[in-house]
Design a protein around this ligand. Structure first.
Ligand SMILES: [Zn+2]
Length: 185
């Protein structure tokens, strides 16, 4: 079995309200690195010619575009964080930049959400590859590695959650908010 591994760096900010650290309740940022490990859904022998798993470059392009355009410089908040109400009231145009998690946006929940999102992209792209492991390096010294089924560790949502959809979304919440002066789509 070959593991195809790719890395991407992004900047993010978050705050953790229900943890043990008062420091973490203040919005603060990290430059994180996400390392995705992909495997072929159906392992095949090398063909003696091209000798590679073909969809790798395409999968990488889709994933890195999402990281660069949607996750980079996003603000990660728990779904019940009152800061979301503040943005809805004062800067609703920025809600699409909020990555919203059920409960505090820890590196653990982010790793599970990211694996789920990457697998949604991979299924939509033909299902040749699957994500076997996601590592997020939050700092030089702290990392979280997730393997297994994200659905087993993430709550089931009433609607199809953003981490299960192969689109650009990083939350489900902003959809319910009509833009200022506009009408709800
Ligand atoms: Zn932090």
């Amino acid at each position: 079995m070959f593991n195809l591994i790719f890395k991407r760096r992004y900047a993010m900010a978050h705050r953790l309200l229900s943890g043990w650290s008062e420091k973490c309740a203040i919005p603060h940022g990290h430059n994180e690195v996400v390392i995705a490990t992909l495997q072929a859904t159906v392992p095949m022998p090398l063909d003696g010619g091209a000798n590679m798993v073909m969809p790798f470059e395409r999968a990488k392009r889709i994933w890195h575009r999402w990281i660069d355009e949607c996750v980079d410089h996003s603000l990660h908040l728990a779904a019940d964080d009152p800061l979301l109400d503040w943005f809805a009231e004062h800067e609703p145009q920025r809600l699409a930049r909020m990555l919203i998690t059920p409960g505090d946006p820890t590196t653990e929940v982010l790793a599970a959400c990211m694996m789920s999102k990457l697998n949604a992209f991979l299924v939509a792209d033909g299902g040749h590859l699957t994500c076997a492991e996601i590592t997020i390096e939050e700092t030089w010294t702290n990392a979280v590695c997730f393997t297994g089924d994200p659905a087993a560790v993430l709550p089931v949502m009433a609607r199809r959650a953003w981490w299960t959809r192969p689109d650009d979304s990083i939350n489900d919440w902003h959809r319910a908010v009509a833009p200022r002066g506009g009408t709800e789509a």
